[in-house]
Design a binder for this molecule. Structure first.
Ligand SMILES: NC(=O)c1ccc[n+]([C@@H]2O[C@H](COP(=O)([O-])OP(=O)(O)OC[C@H]3O[C@@H](n4cnc5c(N)ncnc54)[C@H](OP(=O)(O)O)[C@@H]3O)[C@@H](O)[C@H]2O)c1
Length: 324
């Protein structure tokens, strides 16, 4: 007589798909301190909430006090450990970065996790930082280069510090405009954004190389296409404003929720199984659950990474103080 399989037996024999990684899988972060830049909005806010929910002491580094105060309430509501705090930080101003870093370095015993998340995208021509850098290169790359360097002593006090820098699919179209990295001669806003996001990857690779011999690991992540306020940051007044608004609406309509978009950077910030210079993104690149992903081959260039580091030292006047 033919053997009849019960439904239960049949199911048990089917190969199981791996369960996707979600914020529930973040390990317990009790006793850890995490600094998240741009934590008042979008991916930074979701990252801060998720880290606080797992018990980390979260420091929300934000430039706008009012927005930060509102965001603080929702991170505090998610927190299961120490109360989150706001740290004033404007990445487009080296004086503000120094002030924020001094405050943290003096106060904190150690910083376990630094998420270099804040960013601006496709700003109109001639938006400049306090030091006159292009706002996208200045905020997205130079500001985070400076902040990470100034926080290095606090990071190195942690047993296994992790620096996560948030890049983008846009890095695929990036090249470093070596003759004019601050876009003074010709300005193409999307090239400037792509340059800053390639810079995030080159920075991660070089930071991880320079951290050899310490316990610090540098990794990167990108959120695919996620519905956040980022698509408003490049809004300009004038003739192209309507077209830009339509493009933004279309992009946001296709995008995944910010909570999903934050998963790659959360994985990068918290999972112990990652090698240095790992790069996380959504499974289907624009959306999906996190996995290790590919990057622009230029991001592997040691020559470019070293040259960008030297340029960042020169422009910011900040050199990293590695232990002897
Ligand atoms: N959303 C996407 O689809 C997408 C795709 C690829 C990459 N990313 C990257 O994801 C990161 C987070 O962006 P998001 O999508 O979450 O956008 P968002 O909602 O606009 O958040 C950006 C955050 O950065 C902050 N910020 C901007 N300039 C700053 C400065 N000078 N100093 C301090 N903070 C500053 C913003 O503060 P304010 O609220 O005060 O402006 C805000 O908190 C960015 O690095 C972005 O390039 C996003």
């Amino acid at each position: 007589m033919a053997k009849v399989l019960s439904a239960r037996t049949t199911t048990a024999r089917l190969p199981l798909l791996p369960r996707p990684w979600t914020a529930d899988d973040i390990p317990d972060l009790s006793g850890k301190t995490a600094v998240v830049t741009g934590a008042n909005s979008g991916l930074g806010l979701r990252t801060a909430e998720a880290l606080a929910a797992k018990g980390a002491q979260v420091i929300m580094a934000c430039r706008n006090e009012l927005k930060a105060a509102t965001a603080l309430e929702s991170v505090a509501a998610a927190a299961t450990g120490p109360k989150p705090e706001v740290l004033p930080l404007d990445l487009a101003d080296l004086t503000s970065i120094r002030r924020a870093a001094d405050h943290l370095d003096v106060r904190e015993n150690a910083i376990d996790i630094l998420v270099n998340n804040a960013g601006v995208m496709a700003l109109p021509r001639n938006v400049r930082t306090a030091e006159g850098f292009d706002a996208q290169f200045g905020t997205n790359h130079l500001g985070h280069y400076a902040l990470t360097g100034l926080l290095l002593p606090a990071l190195l006090r942690a047993p296994a510090p992790r620096v996560v820098t948030v890049s983008s699919i846009a890095a695929w179209g990036g090249v470093i405009n070596w003759p004019d990295p601050n876009w003074r001669v010709i300005y193409v806003r999307w090239l400037a954004y792509s340059q800053s996001k390639l810079a995030n990857l080159l920075f991660t690779a070089e930071l991880d190389r320079r951290a050899a011999g310490t316990t610090l690991t540098a990794v990167a992540a990108h959120p695919g296409l996620s519905a956040t306020n980022l698509y408003d940051s490049g809004t300009e007044k004038g003739a192209s404003a309507r077209l830009a608004a339509l493009q933004q609406q279309a992009l946001v309509a296709m995008a995944q929720p910010d909570r999903m978009g934050a998963l790659p950077q959360l994985y990068a910030a918290t999972m112990p199984d990652l090698p240095g210079n790992a790069y996380l993104g959504p499974g289907l690149e624009t959306f999906g659950y996190p996995r290790r992903t590919l990057r622009n081959p230029l991001a592997y260039s040691r020559t470019q990474a070293r040259a960008l580091w030297r340029l960042s030292e020169k422009l910011t006047g900040i050199t990293y103080d590695w232990p002897a």
